[in-house]
Design a protein around this ligand. Structure first.
Ligand code: NAD
Length: 493
């Protein structure tokens, strides 16, 4: 067993591992429904203690030269490589994600460490000589102090590393508050941070839920808040952070549209489209939710038939099953919320082509599995809540549009703007699409347009609150503040 029996997840503060006082919450394996661990819900006292320690550590850490700080990341990178399969195993265990998808996300965490190690160059400032006679001006990027990140459940290894390595590499100290639904991966990754030898108090882990988040934001020594999760929470955190005078980058939920144009070759693109909707059981913020088929009736039927055939043959299974296309969803409550969205669509007149609501995986009857669902919406239902609100499950909605313009109008009527995808061979329509839509991550014949670490992870409209995103040069800007120095020296007499 990858986790010992009766495991209690620990906080890591000031280089010490311990279980804080207070309530414990069950951590469940979504594949079996079994409780596999308990996670503490840290209270305000605990949070304030960790912030105080992180602040104290900052006073020394910020003086450590950037090249030296990067050396800790090189060590961490090696430890991630060495323990790669173990991290993958934890993601599979607590999230129920397939081996291939778990591997993909851990790889992205690793790549973020690699990119952050370039901080000595990435955080360089700039200067101008002679802005006035004998006067020079320069801008220095300085760390801010204690930075914190709050993660969602669906990428337990990758998302904390959109922020963590950059925060510490730029000279800040850091507190991670991972999702209480998937705390095991974070706990292990922070053990690797410890092994890499970071000085005490530089990198801290505080477990908990809303109360811990509130206490972190309210603490005056916390300077910046990085958040990834659902839109309503992202929005409330953005407001709270502003009230408390700190910078925030809050990445929210999604409801993504994929437009398929009449010229798109189904033989080449159909599998890629299907993967966007169903891999990770649809629990990706870049997953497709709505497929808008552009063209006449014959084209609509052609795409619908192809999608139905592929989707019908997808395999739902446990994470170790190499043939499984996806596994369970995170919780019984989330499973029920997906079922209710399908129920509502059906009740209001949508056609359920494939119905995954009653799916049971033999031998795993207590797991939170759903089969594949494919729903066809008539035109008068194109503004339905099941089309425009995030489902985050293994569901594809089919919609039609006579023209490209009609498809874009439908997409743009949606309040979210995380991903927007088009499948076409036409450079003209591809360019127009990227130019016209409000999608933070645009895919052109790409089902999941996930930015690599040296690009920011986009997001627009209700999918993002802030200016600077995670990853890329954005995160370096976010983790540093610019100080401007204007100087002159008089000739000594
Ligand atoms: P969530 O909003 O329920 O929780 C995210 C984090 O916020 C957790 O750590 C949780 O403890 C904390 N939290 C929850 N409610 C809170 C509250 N009221 N006040 C303060 N903190 C609170 O999200 P989730 O269900 O864990 O994750 C799924 C969501 O995340 C989906 O909406 C998905 O689209 C989104 N997501 C977005 C991106 C992106 O880059 N835009 C990436 C991954 C996931």
């Amino acid at each position: 067993m990858i986790i010992e029996k009766n495991h209690i997840v620990k906080n890591y503060v000031n280089g010490e591992w311990y279980v804080p006082k207070g309530d414990l919450l069950d951590v469940t394996n979504p594949t079996t429904g079994e409780v596999i661990a308990k996670v503490p819900l840290s209270d305000k006292n605990e949070v304030d203690k960790s912030v105080h320690i992180a602040h104290k550590a900052f006073l020394t850490w910020r003086k450590t030269p950037p090249v030296e700080r990067s050396r800790y990341l090189y060590k961490l990178q090696q430890l991630f490589e060495k323990n790669f399969e173990h991290i993958v195993g934890l993601v599979m265990l607590e999230l129920g994600k397939s081996y291939a998808d778990s591997k993909g996300e851990v790889m992205r965490a690793l790549e973020n460490i690699e990119v952050a190690a370039g901080t000595p160059t990435l955080m360089q400032g700039y200067n101008s000589e002679d802005i006035a006679r004998d006067i020079d001006e320069y801008a220095i990027r300085r760390p801010l102090g204690v930075m914190m990140a709050i993660g969602p459940y669906n990428f337990p290894s990758m998302i904390p590393f959109w922020f963590a390595p950059y925060a510490v590499a730029t000279g800040n100290t850091f507190i991670l508050k991972s999702s209480e639904k998937v705390p095991l991966t974070s706990e292990f990754m922070v053990k690797l941070v410890e092994e890499a030898g970071f000085p005490k108090g530089v990198f801290n882990l505080v477990n908990g839920s809303k109360d811990a988040v509130d206490a972190l934001i309210e603490n005056p020594l916390v300077r910046g808040v990085s958040f990834v999760g659902s839109s309503n929470v992202a929005h409330s955190i953005y407001i709270k952070a502003a009230e408390h005078g700190k910078r925030a980058q809050c990445q929210g939920g999604a409801c993504n549209f994929i437009v398929i144009m009449p010229d798109s070759p189904l033989d080449k693109c159909a599998d890629n489209i299907v993967n966007s909707f169903y891999a990770c059981a649809g629990q990706r913020c870049l997953a497709g939710q709505n497929l808008v088929i552009v063209g006449d009736k014959a084209r609509y039927e052609e795409v619908k038939t192809r999608m139905t055939t592929i989707v019908k043959n997808l395999t739902v299974g446990v994470p170790d099953d190499k043939n499984a296309d996806f596994g369970a969803v995170i919780s019984p409550e989330h499973k029920q919320s997906i079922i209710e969205k399908i129920n509502q669509a059906e009740k209001d007149g949508a056609n359920i082509i494939l119905d995954g609501r009653n799916f049971v995986l033999k031998g795993f009857e207590n797991g939170y599995f759903l089969g594949t669902t494919l729903i066809e919406f008539p035109k008068n239902m194109f503004q339905h809540s099941t089309v425009h609100e995030e489902i985050f499950g293994p569901v594809m909605n089919l919609l039609s549009a006579d023209t490209y313009e009609e498809a874009v109008e439908l997409l743009e009527s949606n309040p979210y703007g995380n991903a927007a995808n088009i499948y076409t061979q036409s450079g003209y329509y591809a360019r127009r699409f990227a130019y016209e839509v409000h999608g933070g991550n645009v895919g052109i014949n790409i089902g999941v347009p996930a930015p690599v670490p040296h690009f920011p992870f986009g997001g627009m409209k209700r999918s993002f609150f802030g200016i600077l995103h995670g990853q890329g040069q954005d995160v370096i800007e976010f983790m540093t503040e610019k100080q401007i120095v204007i100087q002159r020296f008089y000739k000594e007499d």
